[in-house]
Design a protein around this ligand. Structure first.
Ligand code: NQM
Length: 351
């Protein structure tokens, strides 16, 4: 069995295997079958592969030069199931995205541009683009730096990500149901998609404070309620039957308890998130900025375009600028600061 060149990176609060598209089978079914063997799925422990036994560490980035005039590279994100043999391209990942620019420089797809390099990335899952800016002193990616992100010990070099065209990433607009608020399963929700389709509901409507730990949220009855809510909401969002899909996510919101703008507990799609996804946070922040949306009433009004999203392991600062004078509102700009780190570069041998 021959191996496959692979670079293992932490991207934001996720960890994944980064590949050049040319090193994987071109045909999607053979590629997915190979990736499952590489990650060790299906197996709750992924013991015979390099996956980390959690959705946040069972991720793949496939990167290639871009043919688009406004992009340097194409990035396809694949979410691999842990206990299930599933590979989904239906969601994007803003955390692995943080490693795509550095990976493109590491593999020579983009030349380092002096002290700092900007890489324009077309995100194939959603068709939107992001620009990643990071330090490349002396022509090499600098991973060390002083930026801390919640959920990752220590500090590293910042990767600044600016998004364009993320609204309606799943093809049904910023408010995919066509309404600001819907009632689903007896609770009010705001279904939003500014890069990630998310069902936003009030934690209080589930008998929760929104300050629970992810461990406390691992409850069979709650899991069943979240599943029922997202299956019904997905129908209204035009997403069809999402039983085997990683989207939509569900975020339960509550008043902030640590000086931030809003408190969140997120399910991906049923597993409690240890923090919150990047594009998930951008989407939730967008919702709570909208007058009368679920969560708007619970949030501390931000004084600028910066929304401080509280999550189980800290805060995620998101920048969202909206033009609320149009219907539906128009997203002018969204952005976020992340870090990434090269962990291992080599050849991976599939099972
Ligand atoms: O929302 C988890 C993560 C993600 C995705 C998820 C992400 C995003 O924390 O952009 O980054 O929602 O499954 O990496």
């Amino acid at each position: 069995m021959s191996g496959v060149p692979c670079l293992l990176m932490r991207g934001g609060t996720s960890k994944g295997a980064y590949f050049l598209a040319e090193d994987l089978p071109a045909e999607a079914a053979s590629r997915d079958e190979l990736l499952l063997r590489i990650m060790g799925s299906p197996d709750p422990r992924q013991i015979d592969g390099i996956g980390g036994a959690h959705p946040l560490t069972s991720k793949v980035a496939v990167v290639s030069p871009s043919a688009a005039p406004d992009a340097d590279v194409d990035y396809l994100f694949l979410q691999l199931g842990v206990g299930e043999a599933t590979v989904s391209d239906r969601q994007n990942c803003g955390n692995l995205l943080a490693g795509v620019g550095p990976f493109a420089v590491e593999r020579g797809l983009v030349p380092a541009g002096g002290e700092r390099t900007a890489v324009r990335i077309r995100m194939l899952n959603s068709g939107s683009t992001a620009v990643a800016r990071f330090a490349t002193p002396g022509g090499a990616v600098e991973y060390r730096g002083g930026t801390a992100i919640a959920g990752v010990p220590g500090t590293a070099a910042p990767v600044v990500l600016d998004f364009a065209g993320t609204a309606g990433s799943s093809g049904h607009g910023l408010l995919p149901t066509g309404h600001l608020v819907d009632t689903v399963d007896g609770v009010e929700v705001t279904c939003v998609d500014n890069g990630m389709p998310v069902v936003v509901a009030r934690a209080a409507d589930f008998g929760l404070t929104g300050r629970e730990t992810p461990e406390q949220l691992k409850d069979e009855a709650l899991r069943a309620r979240i599943q029922s809510l997202r299956l019904a909401a997905a129908g209204l969002m035009g997403l069809g039957d999402v039983r085997d899909s990683s989207v939509p996510k569900t975020t339960l919101v509550a008043p902030p308890s640590d000086g931030g703008t809003i408190g969140t507990r997120t399910f991906i799609p049923l597993e409690p998130h240890t923090s919150i996804g990047v594009l998930g946070a951008v989407s939730v922040a967008t919702a709570i900025l909208l007058d009368r949306a679920v969560g708007h009433d619970l949030a501390k009004p931000p004084s600028s375009s910066r929304v401080d999203v509280e999550h189980p392991t800290g805060h995620l600062q998101v920048e969202v600028e909206l033009d609320a004078s149009t219907s539906p509102p128009r997203v002018r700009r969204s952005g976020v600061v992340r870090t990434a780190r090269k962990l291992f570069d080599g050849i991976v041998f599939p099972r």
